[in-house]
Design a protein around this ligand. Structure first.
Ligand code: PMV
Length: 318
């Protein structure tokens, strides 16, 4: 029997967002992104050699087309004709803007290479995962990561021990799949948003300040820059033709509650990806209070995360 390789990977939450591609065929990002890998949520993927490629996610067979560029690049990289069967589960709502594609493709890349009986450096796994989803390039590393604009792979800036007191509360505004896949919405922004160029220019400027705030563990500064990053990303989306709006009433209630907390002197800084969920940065000491207020304000559940590790691999059966 062929070995089954299991990989557990954690989502990568961008504080400075990747939004837009400089090369859609190679899936290279047009903006740099700065992110934290999250412990507290994960994807688990089991992979074994098979006659044809197939991926099942939370019990649902996935479209082969979405995964074809990834599997083709994998075989080129391994100089092999091997195909794979992958079965994956998420510990959080899939495709609802909780960065499931980041942990999903990171786990898939690491597990496939393992199932082929091979090893690759994290940088090479990161480049492979990027072909599925650029944010996945970051999930191959623990702690705090950077995927520069036009880069083929991400790198670690600081390990998770750099800031053990940092918390991210995921406020789940909706468990439903998002109405627009990020790939299509990014393309719509590039094609039709008059704010796209301004967004690209701004992303580079926000990055430098955010990297320095992260190095100093300055939550207030990092939180302010993260807020500008998501606001400008969503402003560019809203200016697309037709407009793309991911937010729900609960999303807006959560944004306003974070502002109220800050006015009371409690550091709670929100960020939002391609979906209605709100992720709130705060310190461990404030996390119970912030979570209670978010739950009260919007009637949502929250998941508490902290800086997390790189993917872990295990061989299950020989
Ligand atoms: O990696 P993708 O194609 O799922 O796009 C991710 C885009 C955002 O989550 C909105 C931002 C980011 O940098 O993760």
């Amino acid at each position: 029997m062929s070995p089954v390789v299991l990989c557990r990977a954690h989502p990568s939450l961008a504080l400075i967002k990747y939004w837009g591609k400089s090369d859609s065929r190679r899936n290279l990002p047009a903006t740099p992104s700065l992110a934290v890998t999250l412990a507290g949520v994960h994807t688990e993927t089991r992979v074994w050699p098979a006659d044809a490629d197939s991926v099942v996610l939370d019990g649902v067979e996935q479209s082969a087309e979405r995964y074809a560029p990834f599997f083709a690049a994998l075989r080129r990289r391994l100089a092999s004709r091997q195909c794979f069967r992958a079965e994956s589960t998420n510990s959080f709502p899939t495709a609802a803007g909780l960065a499931s594609s980041s942990s999903g493709f990171a786990a898939l890349a690491a597990a496939c290479v393992g199932a082929a009986g091979r090893e690759l450096p994290a940088r090479e796994l990161s480049a492979l995962a990027r072909l599925g989803s650029a944010s996945a390039a970051r999930s191959l590393f623990g702690g705090f990561t950077l995927l520069p604009a036009r880069a083929r792979a991400a790198r670690q800036l600081f390990p998770e021990e750099h800031w053990p007191e940092l918390r991210v509360l995921i406020a789940v505004a909706s468990g439903e799949a998002k109405p627009f896949a990020s790939r299509q919405a990014m393309e719509a922004t590039r094609r039709s948003s008059p704010f796209y160029r301004a967004w690209l220019a701004s992303a580079g400027r926000l990055l430098a300040g955010a990297m320095s705030a992260l190095e100093r563990r300055d939550l207030e500064k990092l939180g302010e820059l993260a807020r500008l990053s998501y606001s400008r990303m969503h402003a560019a989306l809203l200016a697309a033709d037709p407009p793309v709006l991911y937010w729900l009433p609960a999303t807006v209630a959560l944004i306003r509650e974070c502002a109220a907390l800050r006015r009371e002197g409690i550091g709670a800084w929100e960020t939002i990806d391609a979906g209605p969920q709100v992720k709130v940065l705060c310190l461990a000491a404030d996390a119970p209070k912030v979570a209670a207020r978010l739950q009260q304000a919007a009637g949502v559940r929250t998941i508490e995360c902290r800086p997390g590790p790189a993917p872990a691999i295990r061989v299950e059966g020989e």
